[in-house]
Ligand binder design. Structure first.
Ligand code: TYM
Length: 331
């Protein structure tokens, strides 16, 4: 087994979207062969914004089923639900005593969400990075594959790990983020200056992994394009087409240059039609598998039970060391 350990997760705030898939999940599938890997459904993070309790568990299980449907192998990886391993919340509290308010105030995700919700944000949203640091540091993680929007949180995790090590003695491995070279930030189909997100007010902006083929076709055909014509990659001058080219690249595996050549002199409509078919082709097998897991949840439950037990064993051993170092409880 390789020494390197990979940890990552998705919040069960909704069905995953194409940005989650291209930015994070798709690279997990490749990386699972090179790293010992732990994939978590981070439900404690989801409740930092209000959730419907009835839908929470349903969404959590849907994300877990998605992990299996995209091809994560439960025999080689640990797959589990964050709230079932209480050590995450406990270490999150301890790390929250080390992180500075000024560091948390700088977090873009907090600033964006706080701005959107005004005064009405919970303290959990502010302290979110302490819990994310706990997720990562509990497992001696070396690599954290995420989209670009999460790099700042991984950077803060590194700072927290170093601070703990300096204060209490060498305890945590300092992890690194792993980000796709192309596709670390998939943009909204309706506004290429905004990242694709679950909470976009326009339903046309985001392709969900479970969108039906016709819905995908409609969203791509209505995607905004840049003024001018030409299908060429230039993220500054043609952000909308560059975003669509990035999606095309991930859906087909073709280099962007090859796609540009293929569509040289052709119109946006033809390009979008081919892109829609490529995305449908990429997502259909995932959707079929997802439905199988939904219809027969037995296997999924077994994976999550085993994952919880394996994760807890590692997490409990690490937390014990942390508590001893900090002087918490009787040893
Ligand atoms: P979440 O649930 O918002 O997103 C899951 C993953 O998808 C990536 N992502 C994107 N990548 C490219 N383009 C986009 N438009 C896009 N939108 C989202 C995210 O970067 C992420 O990798 N805080 C994390 C969850 C988390 C976590 C962790 C991740 C909690 N603990 C420990 C890694 C390690 C989050 O909110 O992801």
């Amino acid at each position: 087994m390789p020494a390197e350990l990979l940890f990552s997760g998705v919040k069960p705030t909704s069905t995953p979207h194409l940005g989650n898939y291209i930015g994070a999940l798709k690279q997990w599938v490749e990386l699972q062969h090179r790293y010992r890997s732990i994939f978590c459904i981070v439900d404690l993070h989801a409740i930092t914004v209000p959730q419907d309790p009835k839908q929470m568990l349903e969404r959590t299980l849907e994300i877990a089923a998605t992990y299996l449907a995209i091809g994560l192998d439960p025999k080689r990886n640990i797959i589990f639900i964050q709230s079932e391993v209480h050590e995450h919340a406990e270490l999150g509290w301890i790390l929250g005593t080390l992180v500075k308010m000024s560091e948390l105030e700088r977090m873009t995700q907090y600033k964006d969400k706080a701005k959107a919700k005004g005064e009405n944000v919970g303290a959990g949203l502010f302290n979110y990075p302490s819990l994310m640091a706990a997720d990562i540091l509990l497992y001696d993680t070396t690599a954290v594959p995420v989209g670009e929007d999460q790099m700042q949180h991984v950077e803060l995790t590194r700072t927290i790990a170093r601070r703990f090590n300096t204060t209490f003695g060498e305890t945590f491995v300092v992890p690194q983020s792993l980000v796709q070279k192309v596709g670390a930030r998939i943009m909204s189909l309706q506004d290429p200056t905004k990242k694709m997100s679950k909470s976009d007010e326009s339903a046309l902006a985001t392709i969900m992994l479970n969108d039906a083929p016709d819905v995908i076709r409609k969203k791509i055909s209505r995607a905004v394009t840049d003024s001018g014509t030409g299908i060429s990659y230039d993220a500054i001058e043609h952000p909308a087409i560059s975003n669509l080219l990035t999606i095309f690249h991930h859906a087909t595996g073709k280099p962007i240059k090859e796609i540009e050549d293929e569509f040289a002199g052709k119109g946006y409509a033809e390009f979008k039609q081919a892109l829609a078919e490529a995305v449908v082709e990429m997502l259909t097998p995932i959707q079929n598998k997802l439905n199988e897991f939904k219809q027969d949840p037995g296997e999924l439950m077994k994976v999550l039970d085993e994952g919880r037990d394996k994760a807890q064993e590692i997490a409990a051993a690490k937390l014990k060391i942390v508590k001893e170092r900090v002087g918490l409880g009787r040893v």
